[in-house]
Write a protein that binds this ligand. Structure first.
Ligand code: PLP
Length: 403
C-alpha cells in the first residue's frame, strides 16, 4: 500500500494496515457466514460470540478484575461527560437518601481542555456544586496554560463527593499522568479515602490500551472512545465497578435527575451492551486490533514500544531546544507519551516544518487549533520505525534551521 502516508493525527488516528486488510474481507464475509460485518444482525450468534471475545481481550490484557464489568456504548467520551454525572448522582442519592434535597459535591481535577469540558458539563447538569480539586493552570508558568500535571500538594478532595474525576491523558495539551507511582506527576491515589468504594472516574480516551492502567481496581469507572488506539470512531468502552451500576429510576424517585435509558449503565449491563444496535463495524475492527495486540505480546509489549517512541521524540526536542529551533510546550515530567506538543520558533518555520514533513509522507502534525504549534500523536498503530523516521526528520530540520 505505497500510497499510504504516516498519519500522526490525534484521532481518528492510524490503524494497523494488516487489520485494515483483514477488515476488508470481513466487510464481504464475516467469519464464513456469507454476510458482511456491516450487514449482519447484532443479535446473531456469530456477532454475539465476537463481542464477548472483544470483552475478554480487554479484560485479559488490562487485568480487569471480576468486580468490574466491561460495557460497550456509543456517543464517545463527550456523552460520558454527561453520563458519569447522571449515573454517579443517582448512585450517591441511593447511598444517601437522607440527603434528599441537597446537591452532592462533584470533584473535578482540571489538567487540560478535555477535563475542563467535562467539568463544565458537570456544572450544567449537576448544579453549582462542582469542586475543582486541582487546576493545572494555577501551576503553569503563565498561570493560564495547561502545561503541567499539578504537584500532589495541589489537590483538595471533598469529604464525600458523588464522583472524583480526572483525565489521564490530555490529548490537546499533551500532558499525561505518569504511570510511575513515585513520580511527582503521578495521580495522587494515596490522598483518596482508603478502603472505601471510591467514585473515581477516569477519562482514558486517548491512552486506552497504550499501557497498563495504574490502580485500575480502585476506579469506579474508566471510559474511552475507540478511535485512538483500538478502532474507528463510534464505540465507547466502559470499565465500570458493579456497585456503580445502579437503578437510576429508583434514584429518580428519591429526587435524582432522571437518566436517559441509553446513558444508564444499568441498561447497558442488563442488556449485555445490546440494548440498541451497537456499532458493529467499529466493534469488529476494534476486535481485530485487540487480537493483534494480544498476539504481539499484549498491552505490556505496547507499553514498552510506546515508552521508547515517546523518549526518542522528547530527546530530539531537547536538541531542538538547545539549538533555539524548537520549544516543548509542556513542563518536563508532565509530557504525554501519546500526544507530544511543541512550537517551531522563527518566522515561517512552522509552516516549513509541516510542508517538508508532508513531502516526506508524514501528515497531520499540526497542533490543535486552540493552542497551535505542532502535535505528534504516537498511538499504538504508529510503529517505532515510523517514529524513527519522524525523529530523523526533526533532527535534520533543526540542523538546517538553527540560527
Ligand atoms: N476525552 C479525551 C481525552 C479526548 O481526547 C476526546 C476526543 O478526542 C474526548 C474526550 C471526546 O471524545 P469524543 O470525540 O469521542 O466524544
Amino acid at each position: 500500500m505505497d500510497h499510504r502516508v504516516i498519519n500522526f493525527g490525534a484521532g481518528p488516528s492510524a490503524l494497523p494496515e494488516p487489520v485494515l486488510e483483514e477488515a476488508m474481507k470481513g466487510l464481504l464475509n464475516f467469519q464464513g457466514t456469507g454476510i458482511g460485518i456491516a450487514e449482519i444482525s447484532h443479535r446473531s450468534k456469530e456477532f454475539g460470540a465476537f463481542l464477548s471475545n472483544v470483552e475478554s481481550l480487554i479484560r485479559s490484557q488490562l487485568g480487569v478484575p471480576s468486580t468490574h464489568s466491561i460495557l460497550f456504548t456509543q456517543g464517545g467520551g463527550s456523552a460520558q461527560f454527561s453520563a458519569v454525572v447522571l449515573n454517579f448522582l443517582a448512585r450517591h442519592r441511593l447511598l444517601h437518601p437522607e440527603l434528599s434535597g441537597e446537591d452532592p459535591v462533584l470533584d473535578y481535577v482540571v489538567t487540560g481542555s478535555w477535563s475542563k469540558k467535562a467539568a463544565e458539563e458537570a456544572k450544567r447538569l449537576g448544579g453549582s456544586k462542582v469542586n475543582i480539586a486541582a487546576d493545572a493552570r494555577k501551576h503553569s508558568q503563565d498561570q493560564k496554560s495547561f502545561d503541567n500535571i499539578p504537584p500532589h500538594d495541589a489537590y483538595t478532595f471533598s469529604a464525600d463527593p458523588a464522583l472524583i474525576y480526572y483525565c489521564e491523558n490530555e490529548t490537546v495539551d499533551g500532558v499525561q499522568y505518569s504511570n510511575n507511582e513515585s513520580a511527582p506527576s503521578s495521580f495522587p491515589f494515596h490522598l483518596l479515602k482508603q478502603g472505601s468504594l471510591l467514585p473515581l472516574v477516569a477519562d482514558y480516551s486517548s491512552s486506552f490500551m497504550s499501557r497498563p492502567i495504574p490502580h485500575l481496581a480502585d476506579h469506579a469507572l474508566i471510559f474511552a472512545g475507540a478511535q485512538k488506539n483500538i478502532g474507528p470512531a463510534g464505540l465507547t468502552v466502559l470499565i465500570v465497578r458493579q456497585d456503580c451500576i445502579v437503578d437510576v429510576d429508583a434514584a429518580a424517585k428519591l429526587g435524582a435527575i432522571p437518566v436517559p435509558l441509553t446513558m444508564s449503565y444499568k441498561t447497558l449491563a442488563d442488556s449485555k451492551s445490546l440494548y440498541n444496535t451497537p456499532p458493529v463495524l467499529t466493534i469488529f475492527i476494534s476486535g481485530l486490533v485487540l487480537q493483534r495486540m494480544k498476539d504481539q505480546g499484549g498491552v505490556e509489549y505496547y507499553a514498552e514500544v510506546n515508552r521508547r517512541k515517546a523518549e526518542k521524540v522528547y530527546e530530539v526536542l531537547k536538541t531542538g531546544k538547545s539549538k533555539g529551533v524548537l520549544h516543548g510546550k509542556v513542563k518536563e515530567g508532565s509530557g504525554s507519551w501519546t500526544n507530544i506538543v511543541f512550537d517551531v520558533l522563527g518566522d515561517g518555520l512552522e509552516a516549513k516544518f509541516l510542508a517538508e514533513a508532508e513531502k516526506l509522507g508524514m501528515k497531520s502534525l499540526k497542533g490543535h487549533r486552540s493552542i497551535g504549534g505542532i502535535r505528534v500523536s504516537l498511538y499504538n498503530a504508529i510503529t517505532e520505525e515510523q517514529t524513527d523516521k519522524l525523529v530523523a526528520y526533526i533532527f535534520d530540520f533543526v540542523e538546517q534551521n538553527a540560527p
